[in-house]
Design a protein around this ligand. Sequence first.
Ligand SMILES: [Zn+2]
Length: 293
Amino acid sequence: MRRPSYSQFAVLLISLIFASVPRASVDAPITEALVNKPLIKWHGSWQQGSLLLGQVEPGTTLSHQGQMIKTTADGQFLFGLGRNAPATSTFVVTDLTGVKTTEAFRVAARNYTIQKVEGVPQRTVEPPAGQLQRIQSDSALVVQARRLVSDKTDFLSGFIKPLEGPITGVYGSQRYYNGVPKSPHYGLDYAASTGTIVKAPAAGVVRMAHNDLFYSGGTLIIDHGHGLSSSFLHLSEILVEEGHRVQQAEPIARVGSTGRATGPHLDWRMNWRNQRIDPALVLESFPAQSPAQ
Ligand SMILES: [Zn+2]
């Protein structure tokens, strides 16, 4: 075998170096690329519906699909993956000197439970015509309640279950009535009798305490900071007021079957900005450090 010349060897070496750093962007300096040290460290699981806690060098800014992501002074931030999040999430990281680097992460797809129900009376499939305006104004109120991306970091404490009870509904499941897909179920449902106390899974600020939304009845929204919120649906009673702070494990409401619920249960939902995330994954990845009781 002929010995490769020095220049051939150099070309090979350089192409090997670049092949091993697919995440470095073209405008990143080569020294950075050679080190190939990931700029973002993560806690949480990379799958659809997941919440992740990221860590970057303090002072770094980052964006995802052109949207800036809020970071704390020490470089921590939240990122949420929706039910149908695409296979890759790409971030643009800008360091203190203004150098931009992109980092991409793979997102695992989940299989959601799909139920097909035939022979359902048509009136239960379509939204009631006389209520459309109310349904729209309800949803505008909810969007407004979740709009704020505050500096609070209550999510850093981790989360506890809002109550103990069997899980009767999971995130992501979807029903087809007479072949027509209904919107997926985004909550984690706990069976519990009317009047059972609901505890705050983490501290936060009450952004909505509404007794009667058309679909969700008594509805409570708690803001845990950085655009992360918990919603509690079908409540029979709300024990806290809008604008007030609640502590982790504080009683905030009572279970009910208000709105369009088939029976008493708690439906707990979570959002990160406009992404609906799975509370079950949040409990799994971020259990409270010392569960307050
Ligand atoms: Zn539910």
